[in-house]
Write a protein of this length. Structure first.
Ligand code: NAD
Length: 557
């Protein structure tokens, strides 16, 4: 008896003996709880360790869903789901899959933000690896402590910029854990392959230093050469321990995020979801929105509030798309204007402009406010990525609606409390004409008898499919071309029925199919670019579907 199926590329191969007795009940990947059959109970030494009645997975689902619904608030639901995940992953993923629209906002944004803020207080059991900078020189040894031998997907954070919540240090672990759950739930990546990691380099959040329940190291953030050496040691250790792993950089502060991506993207198969995944999902929304606004991509003018990872990432990918449409680099860049905390990003701003903003610095007089920049640029789309609530005021939205028959208003800042405006405000202030999307979900809005269902520009539409596509073909690296392909593929998945509701993204309930389409397109792109390290199967999509994790119980004996 072995714990896992033989490997055929993306099915885990432990080759390990199946544990028995209480050991199998405490192994979340193998545990079936009350669903172990009579025969399994005999063969695996489970008699007496379980109540006598054997339940089906459907009956178990009824029980856990009922318990989930009984929880009074979102954080309680998060704790409940985390506990279930740590107990029985098959049942957890089946529950998430069957109720995707209800569960995803709990295991990821917006609830995961609150969960991170309270990660110390609600801490029950560790999931993933915490590697602190005090353990420099021992990173390879710590990676070896992880029980699964064939890790293929690592999501790593240093906790410096968690969602729009800032520096949460080691509390940021909720993010890699949540993102990896989404890989499995939304793209069928086997949980065995997934490893969440927090690099604890300290925190500059002084409140955490005083919090008696803080779970990280109590020191200021390491920076400079010490930080860089730690990251270099980590990357080298990952390459050695898990040569097939894809590394996803997640929620790093923007000074490190851009640098690390540049430094490592050709060295190890890796990407930064905050920069590249966000870019792809936002571009998909803009492309799908063209079916409502009626224009061409090359005619769009974007005004961003916020010029960080998300904003300049979106602009960079839009520029790549515009170059493909025949615009020059200068023309393409001139379509993207940015307002950050110091006003319009212009060339002759006092002090040194951050490198990622330089391509978008306009030859324009300084303008202090978003309203002034709006008048000067007259955009077709307003993109909120500032992490600042209510940056899009009634006047701003109304002015966008005066300039455009269908103004595009994306309030992408997370969590919900940080959104630049709510869905209701966007529709109300634009007389129902806004093409609206947000980072965190908003409920439907009814205005003058019409109901609008706002789309959620959630990276979950992109990164699971990109990751799956890269893994199935064992891509040597992840390119911008893959994110562009992913954006176009996602936009093509938006149906007329979605658009009729005002939504520029497909329903989350279709996420597994969306991920398959994206994975297929990304793998295809990798094969065409000569970056795939596995031979191309005859039918790429069928191959991907066949290798996805499906949350059903296996019969062990
Ligand atoms: P970041 O820290 O890299 O950038 C934030 C930017 O906002 C900086 O340029 C900063 O100068 C600017 N800013 C801060 N205060 C401002 C103000 N008052 N007025 C104008 N600009 C201001 O962060 P990021 O990674 O770019 O993320 C920004 C926001 O976007 C976060 O809330 C994050 O949750 C959200 N986000 C959403 C998605 C999504 O919806 N899919 C994906 C990624 C990030």
């Amino acid at each position: 008896m072995t714990a896992h199926d033989p490997d055929d590329g993306l099915r885990p191969h432990g080759g390990l003996l199946l544990p028995t007795g209480s050991a199998i009940l405490t192994n979340s990947l193998l545990n079936k709880g009350t669903a172990f059959s009579e025969r399994e109970r005999d063969m695996l030494g489970l008699r007496g360790l379980l109540p006598p009645r054997v339940f089906t997975i459907e009956e178990q689902l009824g029980r856990v869903y009922g318990n989930f619904r009984r929880k009074s608030d979102a954080l309680e639901k998060y704790i409940f789901l985390t506990t279930l995940q740590n107990r029985n992953e098959t049942l957890f993923y089946r529950l998430v899959e069957e109720h995707a629209e209800e569960m995803i906002p709990i295991i990821y944004t917006p609830t995961v933000g609150q969960a991170c803020l309270e990660y110390g207080a609600i801490f029950r059991r560790s999931r993933g690896l915490f590697i602190s900078i005090r353990e420099r020189g021992r990173v390879a040894e710590i990676l070896r402590h992880w029980p699964d031998l064939d890790v293929r997907m690592i999501v790593v954070t240093d906790g410096e910029r968690i969602l729009g919540l800032g520096d949460l240090g080691a509390l940021g672990m909720g993010i890699p854990v949540g993102k990896l759950s989404l890989y499995t739930a939304c793209a069928g990546l086997h949980p065995y392959y997934c490893l969440p990691i927090t690099l604890d380099v300290g925190t500059d959040n002084t409140k955490l230093h005083e919090d008696p329940l803080y779970i990280g190291i109590n020191q200021k953030r390491a920076r400079g050469a010490e930080y860089d050496a730690f990251i270099a040691e980590f990357v080298a250790a990952v390459q050695q321990a898990y040569p097939k792993a894809l590394l996803q950089w997640e929620d790093f502060g923007n000074t490190n995020a851009f640098r690390l991506l540049r430094q490592y993207r050709d060295q190890i198969c890796s990407f930064n979801d905050d920069i590249q995944g966000t870019a792809s999902v936002a571009l998909a929304g803009i492309i799908a929105g063209l079916r409502l606004t009626g224009g061409h991509l090359r005619d769009q003018k974007l005004l961003f509030l916020g010029a960080g990872e998300a904003g300049t990432g979106i602009a960079d990918l839009l520029v790549s798309a515009l170059l493909q449409e025949g615009l020059s680099l200068a023309e393409a860049r001139s379509r993207c204007w940015f307002v950050d905390s110091q006003g319009l990003v212009v060339r002759h701003r006092p002090g040194r402009l951050a490198e990622h903003k330089e391509p978008y610095a306009q030859d324009h007089l300084p303008l202090a406010t978003l309203a002034e920049a709006l008048e000067a640029h007259r955009p077709t789309a307003l993109i909120g990525v500032s992490g600042q609530a209510q940056g899009f005021t009634r006047e701003i939205v109304a002015r966008m609606a005066a300039l455009n028959p269908r103004p595009v208003i994306f309030a992408l800042s997370n969590p919900t409390s940080k959104a630049e405006c709510t869905a209701e405000q966007a529709y109300q202030w634009s007389d129902g004409r806004a093409v609206f999307a947000s980072g965190s979900p908003f409920p439907p809005v009814t205005l003058a008898g019409r109901t609008y269902v706002p789309g959620q520009g959630n990276n979950v539409y992109i990164f699971p499919g990109v990751g799956l596509g890269a893994l199935v073909c064992e891509a040597a690296k992840i390119t911008d071309g893959m994110f562009l392909t992913a954006a176009r593929t996602l936009a093509a998945q938006v149906g007329d029925d979605d658009l009729a509701l005002g939504r520029v993204y497909p329903a989350l309930s279709k996420i597994r199919d969306v991920s398959v389409q994206i994975a297929t397109a990304v793998a295809d792109e990798a094969h065409r670019a000569g970056l795939a390290r596995r031979p191309r199967p005859t039918d790429l999509e069928a191959d991907i579907r066949a290798r996805m994790f499906v949350p059903n119980y296996r019969e062990y004996v």
